[in-house]
Design a protein around this ligand. Structure first.
Ligand SMILES: Cc1cc2nc3c(=O)[nH]c(=O)nc-3n(C[C@H](O)[C@H](O)[C@H](O)COP(=O)(O)OP(=O)(O)OC[C@H]3O[C@@H](n4cnc5c(N)ncnc54)[C@H](O)[C@@H]3O)c2cc1C
Length: 291
């Protein structure tokens, strides 16, 4: 199928793009890498009257490191660029580690990290990474910028806190502490497919004691989701099988993943428990806390 008719805009400045959004509001959609928007339009699941292509705006593809070692990505940083970035590998290792899990190489050369976050697919990796790292999102309109905390950004199925006149202009990943470890793990039918269920996690450790935990699941609810009770059971515990089992049991009991033709709710609950143990083991084994 072909997309329904629309008016295509290709502004060459951010101000012009924001002015177009201010004018056309709910009728307009930003086009970044097009890897989600174009298929949705072709399937007629999205029918924007105006498409605002930001691909011609210079300077939106920067990866910058702050004085505090936080890392900020602009809206035209492609997945493939992030995958090759030595800066991300060093300063935001969880983001870097996630890239090969996202789709296939050809899609990663076009798709953008911020597009993935703005789209907010329930089975996408990046929203969960945003939650696990406590990243902040910068939304810009002609009225100015506002900063949105990770926990307030994802509101439901393909729904975020972004307003229709706003562009997501930055994601900032906070300083990755020396005592932090993380992992991304998922189960998909084939590598590169959207996950049936996945987990992005971060632990902060003091020796082998867990002092902070963020467990963020994808494919497990209408949007990426944390499980605070499982995180709470980890905090104060010694990193090891007993703590990991307790967390996994809470996750499998509390999550209610949606069912579809690829998996029932019960199967996905089971996977979420399995991935909890696996993800925690993978993360802690990176610094030799757990054999
Ligand atoms: C076969 C296939 C498999 C895939 N598998 C995966 C997968 O396993 N994991 C995964 O995470 N993704 C997967 N994707 C999606 C892919 O990663 C997309 O690139 C990504 O979801 C969106 O990035 P994009 O730049 O292409 O966004 P676009 O398609 O251009 O836009 C997506 C949506 O976000 C909005 N948007 C984009 N950028 C901004 C912005 N800066 N500000 C405001 N709104 C914005 C658009 O208006 C649109 O609504 C897959 C895609 C395909 C076709």
């Amino acid at each position: 199928m072909k997309a329904p008719p629309f008016i295509y805009h290709r502004p060459d400045s951010l101000d012009d793009a924001l002015a177009l959004l201010a004018e056309h509001g709910d009728e307009a959609k930003i086009l970044a890498g097009g890897q989600s928007l174009v298929p949705l339009m072709a399937l007629r699941m999205g029918r924007p009257a105006h498409v605002v292509d930001i691909g011609g705006i210079a300077g939106l593809d920067a990866i910058t490191v702050g004085d505090d070692d936080s890392v900020t990505l602009g809206p035209l940083v492609r997945h493939a660029t992030a995958e090759r970035s030595t800066v991300l590998a060093e300063k935001a290792p969880l983001v870097h580690e996630t890239m090969p899990w996202i789709a296939h190489r050809a899609i990663r050369t076009q798709g953008t990290v911020l597009g993935s976050i703005a789209h907010g697919d329930l089975a996408a990796e990046m929203p969960a990474v945003v939650l696990a790292t406590g990243a902040t999102l910068t939304a810009t309109s002609i009225g100015g910028e506002r900063i949105i905390a990770a926990d307030e950004f994802f509101e439901g199925y393909l729904d975020t806190a972004l307003r229709s006149d706003e562009i997501l202009t930055a994601v900032t990943f906070p300083t990755w502490a020396p005592n932090s470890v993380g992992s991304v793990t998922e189960v998909a039918r084939r590598h590169g497919d959207y996950a049936l269920v996945g987990l992005a996690l971060r632990l902060d450790l003091d020796g082998d004691t867990i002092v902070d935990a963020a467990l963020a699941y994808f494919g497990a609810a209408s949007t990426a989701i944390r499980v605070p009770d499982a995180e709470a059971t980890l905090v104060g515990s010694i990193a090891g099988p007993d703590a990991f089992d307790s967390a996994a049991q809470i996750v499998a009991a509390q999550l209610e993943p949606p069912a579809d033709i690829h998996g029932t709710t019960a199967y996905r609950k089971h996977l979420a428990g399995v991935l909890t143990r696996r993800g925690l083991r993978t993360a802690t084994s990176k610094i030799g806390v757990l054999a």
